[in-house]
Design a protein around this ligand. Structure first.
Ligand code: ACO
Length: 429
């Protein structure tokens, strides 16, 4: 049996080093002992965008991108999508185990009773321009919550920590709904404690003029399912942002606000909007072959909603969403773009260009179609992502805060600038 270590020869000095391998990793800090002289700082690893660097140990989400596997706490995503609810999954992600009946009831009651936000939040929401982007409003108001709960700074106290985590999960739908209502020029609708998490959210977003209006149960179910699919995705950009900012031991509202701003970027949370634009541009099923030819032609056109940094197989979330599309469209009527999407997928999955590059539909390929069919405007899609991802952010944040191996995040750099030179007075420059 081979030894669990790596032997390295530094050809600059001829010296040999041995480094332990643990969990398929060598510790970057072990490279530091590789030096050309006593004055040498020691070898570092260079890894822009963390392409091959594990930043933490985590027990929350497992992804095998080659096999197309996604599990929360060991439970396959397709089983959770079929059998669970977003609040049950939230309990699982936060606590590591599925709740029993009493635990789920207690969790649901606590979340339900934290959905209200301080009235002053409404006032500062009113300060945004009439056309403010709902994601920008969400990030700012979540950061603002920090000032309403000054005790949240006590991040080492489990009880305090847990109270803020529950508040964040509970208040995110309210803040997202208020952002939407503001951007549409509509009055805010307060949470209703008699409704479930997702039904309450849809009611706060959609109801107008009829206090007893309720969303269609099939749409509640479909959105709850989308929430389950988006609850966590291990060390993605927004989760890493939350962990890095949280590592300074700032309160979780500030850390999660960083996660929201990371999610706002088009390379992260905004791809489903791009899929819709692409489908509109194609316009008709008969234009699909020509579009595929363009993508393959290398003029930079991409088949949006295809490909993923981690999944080199069918994104397991895309499979579940494709199925859900049918159920939603039975209520809302068919989104004509679905036919184009299905044809694009059919052709791409048998085309050598896509097969060779392992390009498969990702979570965003079908999600925009559902959101649009539900009547959401495209600039609200990322808020719909932020609501369920909140449980992932807070759980990953707590895992980081309680991990003895973690410290304030502080990467190294490879310095490429100028070195010491004397200051020149302005008339000599
Ligand atoms: N359409 C056409 N060609 C593609 C696509 C695509 N969607 N994605 C990748 N390729 C090609 C690349 O041009 C490259 O080809 P080459 O080897 O001939 O140069 C090859 O496939 C490998 O692609 P990379 O860009 O190296 O893959 P990377 O892992 O860096 O990118 C990404 C992944 C950004 C998701 C990419 O596939 C993409 O841009 N997809 C479209 C946007 C999208 O759907 N994003 C949502 C991701 S899911 C999420 O964030 C929630």
């Amino acid at each position: 049996m081979a030894k669990d270590s790596l032997s390295v020869t530094d050809n600059r000095t001829g010296k040999q080093y041995e480094m332990p391998i643990e969990n398929g990793c060598v510790k970057a800090i072990d490279f530091r002992k590789i030096k050309t002289s006593d004055q040498d700082f020691g070898l570092m690893s260079y890894d822009p965008a963390f392409l091959n660097t594990a930043n933490c140990k985590s027990a929350i989400t497992f992804i095998d991108g080659d096999a197309g596997i996604l599990e929360y706490r060991g439970y396959p995503i397709d089983q959770l999508a079929e059998k669970s609810t977003h609040l049950e999954v939230s309990y699982l992600v936060m606590n590591g185990e599925l709740p029993n009946k009493a635990q789920l009831e207690e969790f649901t009651t606590k979340i339900t009773h934290h959905t209200y936000v301080h009235e002053n939040i409404k006032s500062f929401m009113d300060g945004f321009r009439y056309d403010a982007h709902p994601m920008s409003m969400l990030a700012s108001t979540v950061a603002g919550l920090s000032s309403f709960y000054p005790e949240a700074k006590n991040v080492k106290n489990r009880e305090v920590r847990r109270a803020q985590m529950m508040r964040l999960i509970a208040k995110m739908p309210t803040l997202a709904a208020f952002s939407y209502r503001h951007s549409q020029g509509l009055p805010y609708v307060y949470p209703n404690n008699d409704l479930g998490y997702t039904e309450n959210f849809l009611t706060m977003v959609k109801s107008i003029g009829k206090p007893n209006w309720r969303p269609h149960p099939a749409l509640v179910k479909a959105l709850d399912l989308l929430f389950i699919l988006h609850a966590d995705h291990e060390q993605n950009c927004s989760t890493t942002a939350t962990r890095v900012v949280g590592s300074s031991e700032v309160d979780p509202y500030s850390a999660v606000a960083a996660g929201i701003t990371a999610l706002y970027g088009p390379l992260h949370g905004g791809a489903n909007e791009a899929v819709l634009r692409m489908l509109r541009e194609i316009g008709d099923v008969k234009n699909v072959p020509e579009f595929i030819t363009r993508v393959k032609g290398g003029d930079g056109t991409k088949l949006m909603g295809f490909g993923h940094r981690v999944y080199k197989n069918y994104d397991p979330r895309a499979k579940v969403i494709k199925k859900a599309c049918e159920e939603v469209f039975e209520v809302t009527g068919k989104n004509p773009a679905l036919e184009i999407a299905v044809e694009l997928e059919r052709i791409a999955l048998q085309d050598e260009y896509f097969v060779k590059r392992k390009l498969y539909p990702n979570v965003d390929f079908y999600s925009g179609l559902i959101y649009e069919a539900m009547g959401f405007s495209a600039d609200f899609f990322t808020n719909l992502f932020a609501i369920p991802r909140t449980v992932g952010w807070v759980s990953q944040w707590e895992e980081m805060i309680t991990d003895d191996e973690q410290k304030i995040a502080r990467p190294r750099q490879v310095f490429t600038g100028k070195r010491k030179r004397d200051y020149l007075p302005i008339d000599k420059r």
